[in-house]
Design a protein around this ligand. Structure first.
Ligand code: PLP
Length: 483
């Protein structure tokens, strides 16, 4: 009897986790009002708010036993989370590689979280798995990969790179004893997630052969070929070449067709990191630059970059489906009911993850609701905005621009009348961060402090670029006075 009364006692409290319809409506309306306010003001709120104590208010309100008030919680989020730091949902985000935040993706996430379908295994949710695989097949067609390609919707480009690199490692058949003699070809411009993935894949001891780049920061195919021949000569094992369809630093697209030919000729896996650039294959302006991408063996593309999704969705495609399966399939006694069938492969058999967020719905819903035309147009627009910025900046006194953009990223710096250009540009970027209306970032290119403009938010339009040009002019002039 006491067991039942104890159960009932706990039940009374645990049932608080299931709000009734009226409660749901009330909290939903408050959350929606909060997000509506955010969206209505997105054009005015700063893109960047520098802060050393951002989020500190959360700590003064610790997790406790008793329920809190939703209005108070939303204020905590407004002040501590959605204000300090970078605002990636803003069209003024022109630093790093900008993110997106499509509205209907949020609705897809909402639905996915409520129904909580288990998207890892076909048996658990054949519909969710089919939706994800359908999206991957669509991406396969976008980039021109053949039928028989397998893929996975990942959390982002980093895990996607890891999956591709592991597949390449396993395909080569090398054993641990060979790792130190194996060579991975890449450039200094490779994203740091590639380095990280190489280490996680156990290849930290492999030889990283940094291939020379040309004056536009692209891998030299000629030097790649020479390096492979030289390595073979000395008894090393050329393992894989990792190229970029759009580098993060400079937006450079490596000569993918030439690299693909060389890799095929030498029987080496060619992995393309297209986290930033691969989706530009959707627009005419991007397609030409990406010629040859389809000749690679594996490819990374990030819907949370090139398709403007909120953070949390990357993708990897691997041409050889059985290779991906062999590297990532799982066996577990307790999963014996989840029989693998021949139809739609289970994501859990193609990636390190088992249980995962159902990432398909947040991608499928906006693609279907909007149709592809606005996505293609937005990508074309980004490329043309970068070209516009590149052209206009050249007319502005004191600015030195980098190469004509391959995609939507421009590098540049200000050359002051006197003094150290590096120090000047460091001041310039600090002033722009302090101003906060737009966010730009900087990098070191060939040892020089260089500014970048990366256009990829669906909210960035011509007025944002004009404002950026104005701010650059204004701040440069101001610093010149005291430099
Ligand atoms: C962003 C990026 C990555 C990493 O992707 P995440 O989604 O941030 O994990 C890898 N490579 C390139 C070229 C990138 O631009």
């Amino acid at each position: 009897m006491s067991l039942i009364s104890d159960i009932k006692k706990y039940e009374t409290v645990s049932r608080r986790l299931e709000p009734g319809a009226a409660d749901r409506r009330a909290s939903r309306e408050k959350v929606v009002a909060y997000t509506e306010d955010f969206l209505e003001r997105i054009g005015e709120i700063p893109t960047f708010v520098g802060s050393h104590d951002g989020g500190i208010g959360l700590l003064t309100d610790p997790i406790g036993e008793e329920p809190a008030n939703l209005d108070a919680l939303l204020e905590l989020v407004r002040h501590n989370v959605d204000r300090p730091g970078l605002n990636p949902a803003s069209g003024g985000h022109l630093g790093y590689i900008p993110g997106g935040g499509l509205y209907h993706s949020a609705l897809g996430d909402y639905m996915a979280a409520i129904a909580n379908r288990f998207a890892g295994v076909n048996f658990g949710s054949p519909g969710a798995v089919r939706m994800e695989n359908m999206l991957l097949d669509w991406m396969r067609d976008v980039v021109g990969y053949p039928a028989g390609t397998a893929g996975n919707l990942t959390s982002g480009g980093s895990i996607a790179n890891l999956i591709g690199i592991v597949a390449a490692r396993d395909e080569s058949g090398i054993r641990a004893a060979d790792f130190a003699r194996s060579v991975i070809y890449l450039t200094e411009q490779a994203h740091h997630s590639v380095d990280k993935a190489i280490r996680i894949a156990g290849l930290g001891e492999a030889v990283l052969r940094y291939v020379a780049t040309d004056d536009r920061h692209r891998m030299s195919a000629e030097h790649l070929e020479q390096s492979i021949l030289a390595d073979k000569e000395t008894g090393l094992i050329p393992l894989m070449v990792i190229s970029a369809a759009g580098t993060t630093d400079a937006g450079a697209v490596d000569p993918l067709a030439a690299i693909g030919d060389i890799a095929a000729h030498h029987g080496i896996w060619h992995h393309v990191d297209g986290a930033y650039g691969a989706f530009f294959a959707l627009c005419d302006e991007g397609k030409d630059v990406l010629t040859g991408m389809d000749k690679s063996d594996s490819l990374v593309m990030d819907p949370h970059k090139g398709l403007f999704l909120p953070y949390g969705t990357g993708a990897v495609l691997v041409k050889n489906r059985s290779r991906l399966l062999e590297s990532f399939h799982y066996q577990a006694n307790y999963m014996q009911d989840a029989i693998r069938d021949e139809g739609s492969p289970s994501p859990a058999d193609l990636s390190p993850e088992l249980t995962k967020h159902f990432r398909g719905l947040r991608l499928w819903l906006p693609l279907k609701l909007h149709g592809l035309a606005p996505f293609r147009a937005a990508l074309s627009e980004k490329i043309l905005l970068a070209r516009y910025f590149h052209a206009r900046l050249q007319e502005m006194e004191g600015f030195e621009v980098g190469p004509f953009p391959d995609l939507s990223l421009v590098t540049y710096r200000y050359i002051p009348r006197r003094g150290d250009p590096d120090a000047f540009n460091e001041r310039l970027i600090a002033e722009i961060h302090k101003d906060g209306r737009v966010f730009l970032s900087s990098t070191m290119l060939r040892g020089r402090f260089t500014l970048r403009l990366a256009v990829l938010s669906f909210r960035t339009h011509l007025d944002t670029i004009d404002l950026t040009l104005e701010i650059l002019k204004e701040k440069a002039k101001m610093i010149e006075k005291s430099f």
